[in-house]
Write a protein that binds this ligand. Structure first.
Ligand code: COA
Ligand code: ZN
Length: 317
């Protein structure tokens, strides 16, 4: 007997998307300094992959028009990857000039969704992103590909697993190192996730290069993560406090709250490297700046139990 634990906890990797996917749908404009404070608090809480902003057209997402200023103000942190969304060559140039080393490109499983988002068809989007990804890879960047509306589309309704799988395969073939499979409008159930992953497995998609990205519109996001875990996925996207939505997906509400995810994962015995109290404090940086309560359940519970400074709007139930 050495007294050492006989099992080492398995890791689940988190990609914090609150500063980008979360903030892009908030009506109240958040000051650059507050965003920087938020991201630094997320780093202090132990998050190691943080999507910080978007180099999209400032008119498309005014909330993130200060991407350059946010990156300029962020202090590099050991082992932390700060990423940015990039819609085209112009966005990539801006990201490179800002010193960004991790980018994400994005398309969707549904043609109409892509047209609303970036004004091109799905097939055009794949042709459009290929040289952007190639140039990023040549510059030594890591590239993630997002596939939105995988489990349902606000415009087209149901989406078959094959549609998302084909798009994910194209992005992998293009050179994306990781693909984030998105339930942008929060319609998926654990059964849908199990069916999708079953089809993806049969199609040979590499599960160690897939992440799952759930919005909690219908309260199924955490259950969907459990289905993902059971099928071997170990990377999940989430937003601190449950911030989020998508201005290009009517009715979409926030991402799965990072606190709720971390709480459940730790309870299952997984390691995440994240300190929950620190995470609640990071969400607290934004709580008082928005025109609504943060929806994350763990965050709300921590607030009610007095673990937070009283800087959020009053609880109205
Ligand atoms: N950053 C800043 N400016 C940009 C830009 C970028 N990434 N891409 C294009 N522009 C500018 C061009 O320089 C051009 O400026 P000019 O008129 O002064 O010459 C103008 O925008 C129009 O360029 P164009 O290539 O025709 O772009 P567009 O107007 O068709 O916009 C997108 C296309 C993709 C850039 C825009 O729709 C967009 O940014 N969408 C973001 C969608 C998003 O963020 N989705 C979030 C994921 S859910
Ligand atoms: Zn999203």
């Amino acid at each position: 007997m050495t007294g050492l634990p006989t099992t080492v906890p398995e890791w689940v990797h988190l990609v914090e998307v609150g500063p980008r996917d979360g903030l892009q749908n908030e009506r109240v404009r958040v000051a650059t300094a507050t965003k920087v404070h938020f991201v630094e608090a997320l780093v202090a809480a132990g998050l190691r992959r943080i999507e910080v902003s978007s180099f999209v057209h400032p008119r498309a997402v005014p909330q993130l028009a200060d991407a350059e200023a946010v990156f300029a103000a962020l202090r590099p942190a050991d082992g932390v990857r700060f990423s940015a969304l990039v819609p085209n060559q112009r966005g990539l140039e801006r990201a490179l000039a800002a010193g960004v080393r991790d980018i994400a490109v994005f398309t969707a499983a549904s043609d109409t969704f892509v047209q609303h988002n970036i004004r091109m068809t799905l097939a055009e989007s794949l042709r459009h992103f290929a040289p952007v990804v190639q140039r990023a890879l040549d510059a030594g960047l890591a590239v993630r590909g997002y596939v939105s509306a995988v489990f349902g589309c606000p415009y087209e309704g149901s989406v078959s697993p094959e549609q998302g799988i084909v798009v994910a395969r194209s992005l992998l073939d293009m050179g994306c190192g990781e693909i984030s499979i998105g339930d942008t409008i929060g319609v998926a159930t654990p059964g849908d996730v199990a069916r999708w992953l079953g089809a993806a497995h049969a199609a040979g998609l590499p599960f160690d290069r897939l992440a799952l990205h759930f919005h909690d519109t219908r309260g199924t996001a955490l259950a969907n993560v459990m289905a993902g875990l059971q099928h071997g996925i170990r990377t999940f996207d989430a937003s601190a406090g449950g911030l989020g939505g998508c201005p290009f997906a009517p009715g979409a509400s926030g991402n799965l709250a990072t606190e709720d995810l971390v709480y459940a994962l730790h309870g299952l015995g997984f390691a995440t490297g994240v300190d929950l109290a620190g995470l609640v404090a990071a969400s607290g940086v934004l709580a008082g700046e928005l025109d609504h309560l943060l929806p994350g359940r763990y965050f709300q519970a921590a607030r009610v139990q007095g673990c937070l400074p009283a800087n959020g709007p009053p609880s109205t139930g």
